[in-house]
Write a new protein. Structure first.
Lengths: 350, 240
């Protein structure tokens, strides 16, 4: 599928592929038609993580003098350090798999990244590109310097450098995501208010969506790594109410599916409020415990997200949908078109 | 709405009414981020509150600079969580002594609008979407009597504040019944550096203390469930 190469000027201006698993029906719709594709009382769960400027360029002091690097933040650790993936010289215009590796470092190496100073605390056994770093600045000074030094993470299929506002949903707040929870891109205020008028209930979780690709084989095979999730009490209550009323729970984005299903699995099938990490991977035959449907982007069979889709619809139907969408001229990747998969209902008991 | 444990962002928080609101809200138990251009000044206010055991962070940024808006919103949410109360207090008079409109440079007029009107709009645009999702939140626009009275020489400032008042009303109309409220408050004449710059001949003894006005505003926010879209004058609020 051809990638969309730039952000849309109008959020809801793309197309919406509606896949009904029960009816095995595929339709070409618009995001503005979402209210009529959902019912009063259905619950839409959104990932309200804002997207960080997680790409930092700078230099590292190496044995042969200083070397250029790009550091892509992956996740903040509870102790305040960060996991990050390092690249050698260059930027997003080069495909990640063609990027040179960063210099081999000893622990303790010093990084200068714009206004930020950091120290490499550990190099992972999984890959020499995966580092744990600690920034010198703390609190307000750290966040301020990060926002002034970082750029959004992006990939080589895009036609221009992204600004921070290009990678935010309408409703993001806490900056936890290093790549945007882009399934929410089509939701503008017009659409959210129309959904409300329809009686669709909106609820949020916060999930620290990580990097989708690093160009390093060993590391890419291990993605997605553990990601942090916060499920508020109000969302647990909204899910219980929708379920009790026989309504559907629709996740906006694969990150919301991972967050809710991961947390329910950890709770023995019971969803509770709180913060935790999940490394759950869903695939064909996975018995969903919370989520009935999924609003997401267009995912190629080569992407890891594609396996997750098969927890909602059989591969044969997804392949037919993919071919149909190609024929209709749908665009892929984060700024591309959208897809609503209405799956068979989730099964509460494990 | 009790502000205890609420996440609050106050702009223009290193001096005058903004500083007094920063202190008053932190003392009332809110987790507050104060923003101002002068790093030393805003860090000093935040440091003083932190040392007293209150939750306060000082962020150096310019509300009138487009490139500073995401850093403000992102850093604030990282420090105190999703913002529950946003106070648009920062404002610029433009050049002083205040010039007549015919003597006002267009660039100075534009700069006043950047700080007093576009900055608040940009910041609200980032923060209000999440309030809408959560079905709760308050955005407070700090206004002025120059928004309603056409005082000579207060052209850029008065126009910006009149527009800011109207901005709050339109936000309120569009997001009616969403749980997100927009209010404007005219604090009245106060003994501040801004007032001295605008009217150097005024007798400070005749002016309200910003600390008293801030206390009154915070008490009002905590006790009155004011309907969205309304405008208030601090002098007419119940004395605290």
């Amino acid at each position: 599928m051809r990638p969309a190469r730039a952000p849309r000027a109008v959020r809801s201006s793309g197309r919406l592929l509606h896949i009904d698993a029960a009816l095995e029906r595929i339709q070409d719709r618009r995001p503005s038609e979402l209210p009529e594709l959902l019912d009063t009382g259905d619950l839409l769960v959104l990932n309200d993580a804002a997207t960080l400027p997680a790409s930092l360029r700078g230099t590292v002091a190496a044995s042969a003098g200083s070397a250029e690097i790009e550091l892509r933040l992956l996740a903040r650790e509870p102790d305040g350090s960060w996991r990050a993936v390092a690249f050698g010289a260059g930027d997003w215009t080069t495909p990640t798999e063609h990027r040179p590796a960063p210099p081999r470092l000893a622990e303790g190496a010093q990084l200068t990244l714009g206004e930020l100073r950091a120290r490499v605390e550990a190099v992972s056994a999984l890959s020499p590109r995966l580092w744990r770093v600690r920034f010198e600045q703390e609190g307000a000074r750290f966040w301020s310097a990060l926002y002034h030094s970082g750029r959004p993470v992006q990939y080589s299929y895009l036609s221009r450098a992204l600004e921070l506002w290009d990678v935010q949903t309408l409703y993001g707040a806490q900056p936890w995501a290093v790549e945007a929870p882009s399934a929410g891109y089509p939701l503008d205020a017009e659409l959210l208010l129309a959904l409300r008028r329809r009686g669709v209930v909106l609820a949020g979780i916060t999930h620290a969506a990580g990097l989708s690709a690093t160009g390093d084989g060993a590391l890419d095979a291990a993605l997605p790594l553990e990601e942090r999730t916060l499920v508020p009490e109000s969302t647990v209550v909204a899910i219980a109410q929708a379920r009790a009323a026989g309504r559907r729970i629709v996740a906006v984005g694969t990150s919301v599916v991972r967050a809710l299903e991961g947390r329910a699995l950890a709770g023995g099938g019971e969803l509770s409020a709180g913060e935790s990490s999940t490394s759950l991977l869903l695939g064909p035959g996975y018995r969903r415990k919370v989520v009935d449907g999924l609003l997401t982007g267009m995912h190629d069979p080569s992407e890891s997200h594609y396996a997750l889709l098969q927890a909602f619809a059989p591969r044969s139907l997804l392949e037919r949908a993919q071919a149909q969408a190609e024929a209709w001229g749908y665009l892929g990747h984060e700024f591309g078109d959208a897809c609503l998969i209405a799956g068979a209902p989730a099964v509460l008991s494990p | 709405m009790p502000v205890n444990d609420k996440a609050v962002l106050v702009t223009g928080a290193s001096r005058g009414l903004g500083r007094a609101l920063f202190r008053e809200l932190a003392r009332a138990g809110a987790r507050v981020v104060g923003v101002a251009r002068d790093r030393a000044a805003i860090e000093a206010v935040a440091g003083e509150l932190s040392a007293q055991g209150f939750s306060a962070h000082g962020l150096a940024a310019d509300v009138g600079a487009q490139g500073d808006i995401y850093p403000i919103a992102g850093a604030a949410a990282a420090l105190v969580g999703p913002i529950d109360v946003l106070v648009h207090n920062a404002s610029s008079l433009g050049p002083t002594p205040l010039p007549l409109l015919l003597d006002t440079a267009c660039e100075d007029f534009a700069r006043v609008l950047q700080v007093n009107l576009l900055g608040p709009f940009r910041l609200s645009k980032i923060i209000v979407g999440n309030m809408l999702l959560r079905g709760q939140g308050l955005v407070l626009h700090v206004s002025s009597d120059a928004a309603t009275s056409a005082y000579p020489r207060w052209g850029a400032y008065g126009v910006s504040k009149a527009a800011l008042d109207h901005l709050a009303r339109i936000w309120a109309a569009e997001l009616a019944d969403s749980g997100v409220r927009f209010l404007s408050i005219d604090p009245g004449e106060m003994d501040t550096a801004m007032h001295a710059a605008a009217l150097p001949e005024a007798d400070p003894a005749s002016l309200a203390r910003p600390e008293q006005v801030a206390a009154r505003i915070v008490r009002f926010l905590q006790t009155e469930p004011a309907a969205s879209g309304q405008r208030f004058e601090a002098a007419q609020l119940e004395a605290s």
